[in-house]
Structures are given as C-alpha cells and as structure tokens.
Ligand binder design. Sequence first.
Ligand code: BGC
Length: 733
Amino acid sequence: MKLTQEQKSFVEDLLSRMTLDEKIGQMNQESPSIVGGFDVPFSELIEMMTDGRISQEEFGRIMANATQDFHEDEIRAGLVGSMMVNDPRKNNELQKIAVEESRLGIPLIIGFDVIHGFRSVFPIAIAEACSFDDALFEETARMAAAESRAHGINWNFAPMIDAARDSRWGRVSEGPGEDPFLGSRFARAKIRGLQNDRSSPLNYVAACTKHYVAYGACESGRDYNTVSMSVSNLYNVYLPAFRAAMDEGAATVMAAFNDLNGVPCTVNRWLLREVLKKDFGLEGFVVSDANAIRECVTHGIAADDRDAGVQAALAGMDMDMGTHIYKDFLKAEVEKGTVPMTVIDEAVRRILSVKVWLGLFENPYVPEALIEAYEKSLPEKHVALCRRAAEESMVLLKNEGGILPLRRGQKISLVGRLADDANEVCGAWAMAWKPEDCVSILTGLKEAGADVCYYPCGGPEGDINLEEADRACLEGDVIVAVVGETDAMSGEASSKAEISLPGGQRALLERLLQSGKPVVTVLMNGRPLALGWEAEHMPAILEAWHLGIRMGDAVAAALLGDVNPAGKLSSSFPSVTGQCPVYYNHPSTGRPGSKSKFTSRYLDAPWDSLFPFGHGLSYTSFTYEDLRVGERGEELEIAIRLKNTGEREGTEIAQLYMQDVTASLVRPVKELKDYCRVTLSPGEEREIRFTLKKKDMGFYDNAGRYLLEDGLFRLFVGTSSRDCLMQEIELKF
Ligand code: BGC
C-alpha cells in the first residue's frame, strides 16, 4: 500500500478539519446490533441458548421479534469509521449516509470475514496450502476480492497466516499450516491477490493479516489460551509470515486475542509499535480482534474498560472492533492528557490513508448492476477456479496395491453421511455460499458417470448403522468410505482434546474392512487427524479436507483417475493425539528419538509424525537422483534430476530443505527453503534447479537480531520433509 504525495496531503487536510469526536469515530468499528424483543445483551442471549437456559425454538421466536440497529444516527454524526455488514444494498445505504449526510463525508471501510472465498468458496487454507501453488493462492484471493467488493465489502479479514503446529487447535483450518516459509509465500501471494488488481476500482480490497501474533501457539491447543515463547522462536517461526505480508504491502493487521509472554497482543506496545509499525513498516492500521480490548480486563491486565482503552490506544491499536470503548472513553482521556492527541492523529491518519488508497472517496458505492450480476448464477470462470483449487489441494496419503484410481465400470458402494452433505463441503468460516453451488461427493460421482450406490450409515456425530454398512459391503465391488469432521468441528472455538476420527467412524471402517472388499477412505476434515489406526489398516487414504463448493467434482475426479493427486501436506499428521504438537522442523534435541529407551520418545506411541509435512503420493511415481550443491558468489545453486518412473503424467512438488548443523542457538533438524511444481509425462526426466541466497540461510537470536554463522550446512531435496537426498557444504558468509 503506497500513497502518492497528493493522497497524503488529502489525508492531512482532512485530519486538520476533524473534531476530536470525529477522529475517535474513525477508530470505532460497529456491527449491526440486535435490538428489541429481549431484555439482556445479545451476547448473553447467545450464551443462554448455548448453555441451555433457553431452547433453540425460544431463541428463534425472540429473534423473529427483534430488529437490527445499523447505527445510522452515529454514522451520520461521524462517530463510526467502519462497519461489518454482509448485505450489498445495506452497505450502499450506510455508505450513502456516511458520504452524503455526515459533516465531512468520510466513507466507511466495510469489513467482513472472507477467509477462503466469498460465494465462490475455495478449499480451507490448510488445504489450499497443500497445493504449494503460489499462482493459485493469488488467483483465488483475486477472485475473492472481486466478489467481496461487488458485495460492498472493501476490507477482508484475511489472510489468516498463523503458523500452527498443534492440531488440537480448531483454527489450524484457517491458515497455511506449520511452516514459516510456506506460510510466508502464502501470505505474499494472498496480499497480491487481494490488493493488487487495479484493472477496475472495484477489483481489490484491503487485506487484514491476522492474528498478530503467535495465536497458533496457544498452550495445549486450547483456543484463546496463553502463549509463552522465546524471542528467537517468535522471530523464526511466527513472525516471518507477517514480515512477508508487510513487505508485500498489506494494508492492515488484526491483533490476536492471546497474551504473548504475559502481555495481551491487544495492548502490546512492543509488538504493535516497535515490531509491526517501526521495523516491519506497516503503513495502514491495526484493528483489535472482536471484543479484545474489553477482554484485557478479564486477562487481568487492565482494571476496567477505560484502562483497557487507554492501554490499547497507547500501545498502537488504531481501531476498536466492537466494544465501543474508544467511543465511550477516549475523548475524556485525551482531554485529561492521558492519551496524547498525537496518538489519536496517528491512528486516524492510518485509517484515512487506507480509505484513500482503497479509492473509497471516489467509488464508495457498488453499482446495482454489479450486485445483480453477482446474485445470478456463478460465472463459469469462478466455478472452474473453485474446482481447480479443490483438485490441487487433495493429498493422497496412502495407496497400497494401487487401489486408486478406481476402474471405470467398478460398482462403488459409497458410505458415510458426509458423502451426501453438500452443506458440509465449505468448512469453517464460509459465510456466503449458496446451496445451489455446492456439490457433494455423491453428486460429484454420479455426475462423473460412476456406478454408485449410497449408504449413509452415519457420520462424525450420532450413531453408526452397522447393518447398513453390511448391506453396502454386499453390493459394491469397491467401498468408498467418506469419514471425518463436520465443518463446525474446526474453526474458531473448536479446539479438541482428542483428534482421532470422531464418533463411531473407526468402528464403521473396521466393519467395512471385515467384508474383505477393497475399501478406500476419503477424509473430509478441517485439521490434521490422528490416524495411526487408519494408516495401519486402511489400504488407501485420500485427504480431501473441506474443499469448497466443488468438492464433489474434485473428489470424484481423483477417485476415478481423471485427476492425478499432487498435493503435499502443509502440516504433519500425528499417530495419536498425545503427540501434539508434532511438526517436522523441530529443534535438534540432545537425544533424538530412536528405538533406544533414553531418547526423546514415548513409551506408548511413535515419537515422530505419522505423515510428515510435505508428504503426498501420486498415481505415478518419481525418483530423485544426483543432487549437486554448488556455490556461486552470494548464492547456492542446487540441482537434482527428477524422473517420472510411472505410467501416467503427474505433478511433483519438489522440496528444498536445509539444516544449519552447528550454530550458536539450537537449530531445526530441517527447514523448508524453496519448492517447485513440476509436471512430467511418463518416463520424462528433468533437471530441477533451486537458487538459495546465502543471506536467507540465517536465523534470529533472542534479541531479535538476524545472524548468519559460518560452518557446515546440509541441503536436502526430495518428495517430503522425510524423504530427501542430502549434500553437505561448508560456508563462510
Ligand atoms: C475472529 C477473527 C474475525 C473476527 C470478526 C473473531 O472472533 O477471531 O478472526 O475476523 O471475529 O468476525
């Protein structure tokens, strides 16, 4: 995000004409409040329904009598800078009040959670990251931006780029997985896709990278929990994606709910002012997460709302999401002198700069024709991208005896409630999908012409009908079992203490296996699952995640062999939940896990992951040979020969890792440094080259300093983080 001199002067001029109330208004984000029909705050009403004090029916009845307050009067008075609304016509109406009826006519920035697509829902981020395809990451974001803007949304609360190594945390689904390098490439591509298409003033939005920072390291995988970590770990693992996003010009950042080493991110002056704004150079603004300023009181870091607001403003929190604390308290604090006017001016300057950069002063409204165009059926181009993204995001975890792909003419018994549920294909944080766009696996198979009969037998919740499973076994030549999680089992506030297949689904698989027929397992889930039992017993496993609206088409194409799966895991899978957090790039221990007793291991489970980061099979096979590592000036040249040794065309994602063998701080056993996608026909062989800049081979110490230390390095290239060729090299920087 860069402003011209003229735009900067425009912002300064506007700022100089604003009253203190108007300035604080810009720092205030509202969402529609539900009013009427009940006597308690809306949040409490939701809690009452969740904890059973009122029934769902009662809740529904109350809602039917309630109305929404869109804060029109406050917008008119210049007391609202941002709204969170998902209704294009309402957005136009509110924007019109801001632009035509408020004193200074400052447009609203309208935010919404468009995490993995809007109406065109793409795979959840952890799945899309398995494509290792930067061009795809960018293209899906560009489409999401255009669809959002056509809906009056000009600010997407995305990308979520929290590195996440503990799959008990439900929000692993929303981000690009466990690796800081892949996460950084994902972040950069998403920022480009959301922000850079200037071919029309309505094609881009402001990105909001979140959640800053280390939210993915919440203790024990429990959402909103505390985070305690070394500065070096923070800089090497959790900050890189944010630094990359800032380098790419991300317009805004959302702070995380958690505390970091005792200070909630919301009021963490070092994180917000020093690291983000000064060192990383954020030009736009920071917004709190929902209600997070008030939660500083519950954290016990602020005495009351007023204190929380003062701390947040002083720390560099520019916009308050949803608590009204800035609106209610900041004016008096400025007048008292506790909050300097410069703090307010800085926040407002940043917010206005984003609005100017977005072109909202020239194009505040969405033309009715555009709204209507997007309300019609999805354009073919959008459907095609949803399908391609879904196809690229699947990971073939296991394929014993080449059960997959299925052969045409085989009769398929399709089993599992999830297989026929088009409402479950989009996963967590999909807010704008339409039922008519969604394709279930059953529909996908039928449309692809498969000979399929369907037996629901049960799903992740509720009972399993084993008699029905027996009938399924009698009928098909091959059984395809779709098992996993519902969309509500991952995402925010969906942490789990046990991440093996929920409910009776393992019993279902056992029963199917007893038939002696080939059984293919298709996983539909939002997090890496603990699959020790399944990996041992089930002959073929296709990880299909929540792939978005065209999930059914993509899964059918992979099962039937029209698509050759090429995805690689963006997160390691454990055998059992107790291994969490498990990740490939762990620091070297003094006693690496092995068969002998006094090593870093478990008595009752493997010490290493079941399926490592970067793992993924294909219907063809690849070999890697002849790894060469050479030094050329400030770069390393790494070359290897890759051959397709199978009988069909396939895409391989070749991965480059390194290890700094001896350093002044313990370093990871491997670190991803580059990757590329290569498509080869049967028998084809190609030399792949990577260039690694020596300056990128360092690490951060506990003072946040970047170090490049001479010594021995190992370079690895291969098909996964576990299966690589290795060469050593001595380097002097
Ligand atoms: C989530 C954010 C989201 C915000 C607004 C919060 O609960 O943590 O990721 O952007 O709500 O919906």
